[in-house]
Design a protein around this ligand. Sequence first.
Ligand code: 2P0
Length: 320
Amino acid sequence: MRAVARANTNIALVKYWGKRDTALNLPAVGSLSLTLDGLSTRTTVVFDGKLAADSLLLNGADADERALGRVSKFLDLVRTRAGLIERARVESVNDFPTAAGLASSASAFAALAVAATHAAGLELSDRELSILARRGSGSAARSIFGGFSQMHRGESADGEDSFAEPIVTDWDVRLVIAATMTGRKATLSTDGMRHTAETSPYYDAWVKMSERDLGTARDAITRRDLQALGEVTEASCLSMHASAMAARPAVLYFVGATIEGYRIIQDLRRSGVPAWFTCDAGPHVKALTDAAHAQQVEAALAKLGKTWICRPGPHAEVLE
Ligand code: 2P0
């Protein structure tokens, strides 16, 4: 009734933004991501008949009500499936500084899905784990897998065809992160995407565009064409943010340093360095590049804040 699992966070190259069903957490668009090495969550789950309620310790401190509620709801899915009534003690630790604002629901819910099902005695396939992780957070469905993976939007009302699958695990690209550290709390993704879908005049165009971007990105990965992948990565990110910025009122995640990072990456490219910008529901700058140029890209972005060079990361796994 106890298990420990680890999952790595991932960065979407073709973004997910918007839901087609909120109850089952079904995305309105497919997405495509790279799982990152060195940014992982390690989660322990213990189901125990003596516990009166679920508890959640995040990086050594009691989690707030919202986080505990979300985890408890997720554990209910596992309990129902396994026929358990026991409450659980959950401990989750990120191996990267949470204060940098890189904490991710992707690695968190992927690690929780693997640890909780294992502790409950369930043996799920990767696809079933991906579907389950999606219920916790859309991006978590992709963190079950290592390397590049694609999340399918799916068509069915029950969400059984909305899962991620691995595409390629042996292409050794790099993702450089510069944490701009503004300390300002951004709109949560779940809220930002709902508001965008409800009010942005560009939302439908975004949804339509992402289908094409997915095909382009998948094809570029299959051909190991970094330039084609970089171009669609940057375009998908800016289209997502454009749809969010056009919401009323605007959902704006960029700060000054985000734009500065974008300009730095553009200048690098003009000087022949293969690097492309992306940014998620926060102000941090991320650059897709290759192994030969990662240090140069990192040096150029270092003035924005703390930096990381990430390799492609591994599949989620049971540790104990
Ligand atoms: C992504 N993001 O594809 C996009 C790009 C942020 C920007 O997935 O509501 O935390 O839990 O399903 O997974 C963040 O959204 O949202 C996200 P929920 P999630 O990575």
